[in-house]
Each structure stands twice: as structure tokens, then as C-alpha cells.
Design a protein. Structure first.
Length: 149
């Protein structure tokens, strides 16, 4: 594969990760692994880490393995799949933990309509404290209604 194909593969995997995230969030985090996600829906959680942070580790494992096996005999397609997963995870961290939940106080006063829309959609998701009746399970692609001013 040439470099353009590798770049396209990385972008494709990045986009597919939004679908994987939506499905995982709705059916796993709000399903049989609610135990790990529940504290994330409790306002004023008093600790710097949540049980929900367990999912960062779970999502990092495939990326790490793909990086490793994609470089054992030179760089191959698995490296770029791992790169797409990693880049999505980095964006997820920046949007979810930094922008929305302000676990780090880096982007407190954004005026960007896209970022404000992401924040609104996630706040709508968190208005439900239980695992049922959730909405807005995606992270980077949310319904356009949240971008209206």
C-alpha cells in the first residue's frame, strides 16, 4: 500500500470508531457494564478518577496491539488501523474529558459552534442519571439540532 492508502485507512478507521463508540456506549456502558459507567453519571463525583476510566484502558488495548503487530516486520496496515483508533481516542479524551467535563481546565471559554454543540449534546445525555432513557451516545458526530444558535 502507498502512503495515500494508509492515510485513507487511518481516516476511515477514525470515522468507524465513532460508530463503535456509539454502539459501545449505548449497549455496553449503558448495558451489562453499567457498573463501570454509573459513577460517570453521578453529579459531583468526588474522586479524580472514576470507574468509567476503565474504558480508556479497554479501548487502548487494541490500539497498542495493532501498533505492535503492525511494526514487527516493518510498518504495515495494522499500524495505521491502530493509528486511527489512537487518534480517535485522543480526540475523545480532548472532547469528553477536557472540553465537556473540564477534568483539565484547558478550554473553558470556547466560542466554537461545533464544540458548543458537542457540549450541549453531552449535557443532554447526562441529564439521565440511570442507564435507561439515554440519548446522544456519540461523541464527535451529534444531531444537528445541537448546533442551532
Amino acid at each position: 500500500m502507498n502512503i495515500i492508502a494508509y492515510i485513507l485507512l487511518t481516516v476511515f478507521v477514525f470515522c468507524i470508531m465513532e460508530v463503535v463508540t456509539w454502539l459501545t456506549h449505548k449497549y455496553v456502558m449503558h448495558g451489562f457494564l453499567w457498573y463501570f459507567h454509573q459513577d460517570h453519571h453521578q453529579p459531583g463525583y468526588p474522586h479524580p478518577f472514576e470507574k468509567n476510566d476503565f474504558f480508556f484502558v479497554i479501548f487502548a488495548i487494541p490500539s497498542i496491539l495493532l501498533f505492535y503487530f503492525g511494526t514487527v516486520n516493518g510498518i504495515d496496515y495494522r499500524f495505521f488501523i491502530g493509528l486511527g483508533v489512537f487518534l480517535y481516542g485522543l480526540c475523545y479524551f480532548m472532547v469528553h474529558d477536557v472540553l465537556i467535563h473540564q477534568r483539565f481546565k484547558w478550554f473553558k471559554r470556547t466560542k466554537n459552534p461545533y464544540l458548543i454543540g458537542l457540549r450541549k449534546a453531552h449535557k443532554r445525555h447526562h441529564k439521565h442519571l440511570g442507564k435507561e432513557e439515554g440519548e446522544c451516545f456519540g461523541m464527535l458526530f451529534v444531531p444537528k439540532e445541537y448546533f442551532k444558535i
